[in-house]
Write a protein that binds this ligand. Sequence first.
Ligand code: HEC
Length: 724
Amino acid sequence: MRAYLMTLAAAASALTLGLVACSNNPPTSTEPAQAANALGAAAVTQERLLKADSEPGSWLAVGGTYDEQRFSKLEALNETNVANLGLAWYSDIDTERGQESTPVVVDGVMYLTTAWSMVKAYDIKTGGKLWEYDPKVNRDKGSDACCDVVNRGVAAWNGKIIFGSLDGRLISLDGKTGKEVWSVKTVPEGTHHTITGAPRIANGKIFIGNGGAEYDIRGNIAAFDAETGKKLWNWFAVPGDPSKPYEQPELVEAAKTWKGDQYWKLGGGATIWDTIVYDPKTNLVFFGTGNGLSWAQEARSPGGGDNLYVSSIVALDADTGKYAWHYQETPGDEWDYDNTNPLMIADLPMKDGKKHVVMQASKNGFYYILDAKSGKLLSAEKYVPETNWATHIDMATGRPVENPDARYSKSGKPVIIWPAALGMHNWHPMAYSPETGYVYIPVTVSNAAYDALDNFVYNPNGWNTGTDFAGGASLYTKPGAPPRGNVTSYILAWDPVKAKEVWRIPNKEYGASGLLATSGNLIFSGNHNGEFAAYDSRTGKELWTAPTQARVVAAPSTYMVDGQQQVAILVGARGLPPGQTRTVGVSANNSRILVFRPGGSAMLPTALVAAATPSGKVTISPPLQTANNETVAAGEQAFAANCAVCHGVTAVPGAGATAPDLRYSSLLPFKAQFNGPVRAGERATRGMPGFGNMLNEETTDAILAYIIKRANDEKALQEAAAKQ
Ligand code: HEC
């Protein structure tokens, strides 16, 4: 899995806020004017994608160009004038879950995906919404998504907009109207598979994988015909039942790296849920594979082994899906070190001459550079010094030299390992400027105490990490123990050739956000402090910031409108930035698309002070307390364990809370009505999970008593204040 440990099982609203008027005008063409052609909207061809860098007025694919450097040759905006940027337009997004997609801009139209795999198209001149499409993913599916019901974007091709839906469909829409052209299910029915990544396209083939490696899933990637959705080839990342013929010849060797029978019975994991890069020079498709199922290796492959192709970078022939090479970054992974975070192609001036490489700032804390054609390891150095699961990579064998204590499931001893499952860098896109020669990486430094579960039994309905998240906590109380968990985060400028840190920009608030680099000596990034910012790409100096009223995790894109360079960023992630109240009662995270232009003077709505209370209600009128102190104390504990994550510690929703202030709830006097959302899951599709299967009634009664106490505390405070 890729991100946080979380309790969400739930969902978002389908309310359309649409502050920007809906426009039905057909998309107008924009620079470069020659771009529009007979195909009409989304007129992206192989020819155009191959030359995407000579068409910087557009942003033709999520990664910008085939090399996915997220670098724009535009320089109209630069270090001398970026401070003049202002808001051009914005549009509210009709879901309060995480927004992770990079806007794609073709011939005057911006296409993006939102949480719940919805697609929107906007006129880039006016910000008017041209069309939107909702694949109507069953909201129950939300519980299969480890790390929110997100989507990272579309692929534009031959008049179509193609994307994956959370429930595993690949869907092609008419770029002009948003009407469905075809839809195919890419995963078996009734499984835990999810799609959150953006499809990639080359020569009429769409490449897509899926996620879900904490469940019974066998990682795979497949290619589909862009015109019809017909499946063209498939590649499995883990060998299947050894009594049957293997689907691919390399799986014969891979099977020798596994032990026991759990892996093929359960699937083994190694899901391909984010990065997929097509390289026109080698005609290879590169991608990374995820963690093994379970994380603890002894539970999935008793006695060890490398467990191919878990936690690897793999190259396949784009036409046939035939295996070309692989490099396993974390053999026999047991720390959840997926390799699915962004890959990038570049021509680097390495010590022994120019090399065509594929590279990655891995979750595991090392920066890897591989020869794109052969897969030969050229460089592997720690880009985050705290990394301690391995001391270094032996360049002769290409294998990590592990910390002898790191294998907790073998030793049976808990151990603090850097990084934690979140990784030193996750899916958040990095950027590379061939002009500075630096890679810009959103780094999150973390550690965790890993501990194997004593009696791991596979649970078909839950997570299967084989680890005990509470285990090892006492290690942090020992003298000299590091601070626990998420320690620090920053934007790192990394010189990949010298394998050296150049500088870093510390984040004001912990968290990672995607990056964009430009020829105007700039990098752009949002942050978790509620800002979108520009920095000098040579020095890291902050040059400009604008408020976002939301946490930002997605990466920006840039393009031209009427001779002017603009920058777009999708904002909104779990929780609000510090000090930010909701602007709209129903929107928990102020998800929006924001577009900036020189001299822009649009304004975000001002914050509504009372918005954190349900339906804007400001009077507090709780029932009298009837429960005894023991019950209230039990309720306090159960609230902290089950509810505080969303409703706020001590039932006061502070910064970051995604749910209403329960002290003001009109349901408090009515146990049966309170139990509607709390036990029966009546509001599950709005993000309030039902606890009927997890907590007994005595516990939820105690929680209700505790909330009533907290409401009466608040009422007394307000009355005392009013008397003064
Ligand atoms: C994953 C986040 C999350 C968790 C955990 C969570 N809630 Fe909620 N809860 C929400 C959201 C979001 C809403 C608002 C739903 C809506 O807009 O209808 C909500 C609404 C409610 C409401 C309805 C309030 C009203 O006046 O309409 C109650 C009651 C409630 N939650 C109680 C609880 C209790 C008790 C727990 C712990 C046992 C809990 N919640 C845990 C997210 C959460």
